[in-house]
Design a protein around this ligand. Structure first.
Ligand code: CP
Length: 306
């Protein structure tokens, strides 16, 4: 089974192959229907296949980029968004929903859900590949992969890069996946943020000063402040002053370094709107790369390659 549930079990050779397929897709050898028409050397028979996109939690980027990836591969995406309009409203469980959709024989399942589901448990019950599209606080592997792919694209390699993750790490599945991926790809992760936003026991370097962290880093990634998950509300003005990606604070970051954010952004809290125009800022390029990575992932999931 070619499920992608976490990154700790994904071999480095598989990540390298994923990135090289994503390169070819981004360069126009699309591994999909459009390319098959142009006579691509690598045609892909997606037509007639379905992919089930089950988003039990809200999403814009991940859901729509998986949908775009399916469309470009000629695969029909079957969408189930939240509870509204599905039999979840009648009390059907998430797991029963997945098992019933799986009985319709999609070629793969893309699932976003909270911590209440156990992907490993579901993977034991079905043979269809499961692609994790964000699982509670556990992980968001395709986001970390597209972030690393963006770093590699702009800085040449992920190896030896210094990635500063700023903000709400304690609640972040993106950070959780970067802890796994950094070990595979050889980049160093460090953290910065208010102590109540950081893990109680960090395995990695922690900067108390944003300025020092930015001076150290070759890529700086702001995370969304998930205020809905904090009991003691942190002052947003204080947060912006001390940890926000403002024009003033980002003077400490090298002119060659990258500014990143997985989205969605609370503009004016963790990142100012004017920073989106900064030439170092790759936020929208991350989104574009997300389609290439997810298209490559689906292609490799369905291909004969081991
Ligand atoms: N980065 C990310 O996962 O965004 P969405 O929640 O909009 O999918």
């Amino acid at each position: 089974n070619k499920s992608l549930i976490d990154l700790s079990s994904l071999e480095k050779t598989k990540i390298d192959r994923l990135f090289s397929v994503a390169d070819e897709i981004s360069e126009g050898r699309s591994f999909g229907l459009a390319d098959a028409k142009r006579g691509s050397a690598i045609p892909f028979e997606g037509f007639g296949k379905t992919g089930a996109l089950l988003f039990f939690e809200a999403s814009t980027r991940t859901r729509m980029s998986f949908e775009t990836a399916c469309a470009r591969l000629g695969i029909y995406p079957l969408r189930l968004d939240g509870k509204s309009g599905s039999s979840l409203e009648k009390g059907e469980t998430f797991e029963d929903t997945i098992l019933n959709v799986n009985a319709m024989k999609p070629s793969f399942l893309v699932i976003r859900c909270g911590d209440e589901l156990d992907f490993h448990d579901i993977a034991k019950k079905i043979n269809t590949p499961i692609l994790n599209a964000g699982w509670g606080k556990r992980g968001h592997p395709t986001q970390a992969l597209l972030d690393a792919y963006t770093i590699r694209k702009h800085l040449g390699t992920c190896e030896e890069q210094k990635v500063l993750i700023v903000g709400d790490v304690r609640h972040s599945r993106v950070a959780a996946s970067h802890f796994e991926l950094s070990k595979k790809l050889g980049y160093e992760v460090a953290l910065c943020g208010p102590k109540e936003f950081l893990p109680e026991h960090s395995q990695v370097k922690v900067f108390s000063s944003l300025k020092e962290g930015l001076q150290w880093s070759t890529a700086a990634m702001a995370l969304r402040v998930q205020l809905e998950r904090h009991e003691n509300k942190y002052s947003l003005a204080d947060y912006r002053r001390d940890y926000g990606f403002t024009k003033e604070n980002l003077k400490a970051l090298s002119s060659k370094a990258l500014i990143m954010h997985p989205g969605p952004i609370n503009q004016g809290t963790e990142l100012d709107s004017e920073v989106l125009q900064d030439p170092r800022c790759q936020v929208l390029d991350q989104v574009s790369n997300g389609v290439f990575i997810r298209q490559a992932l689906i292609y490799l999931t369905l291909s004969e390659e081991k």
